[in-house]
Write a protein of this length. Sequence first.
Length: 116
Amino acid sequence: QVQLVESGGGLVQAGGSLRLSCAASGRTFSKYAVGWFRQAPGKERAFVAAITRSGGNTYYADSVKGRFTISRDNAKKTVWLQMNSLKPDDTAVYYCNAVYRSSSYWGQGTQVTVSS
């Protein structure tokens, strides 16, 4: 089993940057692909970025390509989401999700608010 804890959210002005962290517990974290999702008020949860188990491949939603970067360190059991050039539309609760075969785990989320 994996437990995920997100951190690093906050209030930032448009054009600013934040770095979100997703810290995992459990011995088998390196087996999990990890994704970041976000949910804005009144909207459904949406995919933001994902990274494969080894970190060799990354995927991004079109809305964040070129601005966000996902990375991981399996030894530290942590996945990061570097967010640059933030826009008010990026305001949401950000969640990390770890997936391996039929197992899927979510963190509690961290709030990101971008002011104009």
